[in-house]
Design a binder for this molecule. Sequence first.
Ligand SMILES: NC(=O)c1ccc[n+]([C@@H]2O[C@H](COP(=O)([O-])OP(=O)(O)OC[C@H]3O[C@@H](n4cnc5c(N)ncnc54)[C@H](O)[C@@H]3O)[C@@H](O)[C@H]2O)c1
Length: 348
Amino acid sequence: HVGCGRVAARYLEIFTRGEISGARLGHVCDIERSRADEFSRKSNARAWTDLETMLREAKDIDCVTFGTPSGSHFENARAALVAGKHVIVEKPITMRPEQAEELGKLARDKGLMFGVVKQNRYNPAMRALKAMMDRGRFGKLVLGTVRVRWARDMNYYSSDAWRGKFLSDGGVITNQAIHHIDALQWVMGPVKAVCAHGTARINDIEVDDTTVAILRFANGASGVIEATTAARPDDIEASLSVLGEGGSVVVGGWALNEILFWKFTVPEAADETAQLDHSQVIPTSYGLGHAPLLQDVVDALKRGEIEPPVNATEGTKSLSIIHALYRSMEDNGWVTVGTSSKRLGIGG
Ligand SMILES: NC(=O)c1ccc[n+]([C@@H]2O[C@H](COP(=O)([O-])OP(=O)(O)OC[C@H]3O[C@@H](n4cnc5c(N)ncnc54)[C@H](O)[C@@H]3O)[C@@H](O)[C@H]2O)c1
């Protein structure tokens, strides 16, 4: 694993507690020696401070997972793919859609896995919702709404230089709400056009801490995004509501982990216990999806397959929506998805 920061703590837990089988954390790498050493001490993995050196010298690496700053995903993942390693990268897949497409092609050409972590897709509540959508129970879709009301203050944004910048991070929609935007399009289908407004309302950052948007889906449904890191004093919720002619479901909680509403016009016996059956208590806003996602990665690789749980094409969909949202803020109006921001992932 490369990048021994906040999200990496989850990887450390997964591997040291034996939450997945068939794989071992053999090497950890961080440019900060103390972080690499701490992870090494806790996991018995070998510590490295330089990615290229690790890729060159550690011959027993099959797959590299990246929890490095978002702006470095493209270059880091490319280096690992060029070195012949399978790659799983934390979200966002890259900062710009064309970078993810390039890496997807590179991986395919080399017969390697390249995927992104979208662990909320593994939440039981999200799986249950998606299954109902795939079965057609919602009928004609009306409205999909995403709400992320979380609290991140200047201690968070100042904790590392990459945070809160267009080049290396992006704002609340790129860093936090990307999961929920991914969930929205995963369940409701492709987004055609967006109209957004974003501000840095109470955090002193160059990117948005609060963004609202309206969406038009390709299937004719409407959508709403409300995302903020300026909720105070604490995280409130992260939810997705899906309304259709055939029924409505709201998945909420801290991070899409609880069924809050579940009713269909043609009821089934299992509907009555859906709330109990598919809700989950989670220890952090990361949820519990990392372990099953990584288990699927390991199992696929063991079978000799290179298709990840969320591939480059899938991982790029939420990124493309986010780019359209920023472009809409830049141009002040409706933007077709597929149009990229002039700022996100670009320096200067
Ligand atoms: N899936 C999720 O829910 C989730 C949650 C949090 C973060 N993330 C993503 O994970 C990534 C990391 O976020 P974080 O909060 O852990 O950041 P962080 O700043 O806490 O950790 C990043 C670590 O990477 C190290 N690093 C930087 N460049 C490196 C390089 N070239 N080689 C090796 N190490 C390097 C840093 O020293 C730092 O220790 C981000 O892209 C973020 O969006 C995903």
